[in-house]
Design a protein. Sequence first.
Length: 160
Amino acid sequence: MKSIVGIIALICLVLPMENVFGQTIEDVMESSWDGTSRSRSELTESGYFYCSQYMYNVEYDASDDTFTAIMKTVFTLDGAEYISKSSVSGSVDPDDFSVVIKPEYDLYNDALPNGLYWISETIYLQLYNDGDHDGYFLLSGQSSGMNYSDELFELGNYPY
């Protein structure tokens, strides 16, 4: 019995710690991600600004658990779409699967109407197993400017 416990303990130590539900963090992160963000606003009837969010061209560096990517934001107002693309960098903590994404520089920004402007903020997310799609994942959390529990930033890698 002791030898079986010892073998199991050894296997647990030998297996890569970066393994996330049967996949490496690199495999998971180097997906294309899409989702949404919702932040409070007094300028809309609903009381929120909604944006579609896309993170793609993710290049993960497993040596230090960092990555670079392109973040595309699509904001729709009065039937018109406005697009912003930024280069971002990020990091993953393999111990608690927290993810931080930081803006680096703008690649493209449509001019926004009515005195509105694009905001670049650090995004704090948690990596979760997608309960609706086996083998896929969600990144869920908030940006640094989100202060209320009903504000969110969420991405998924399930290919809809």
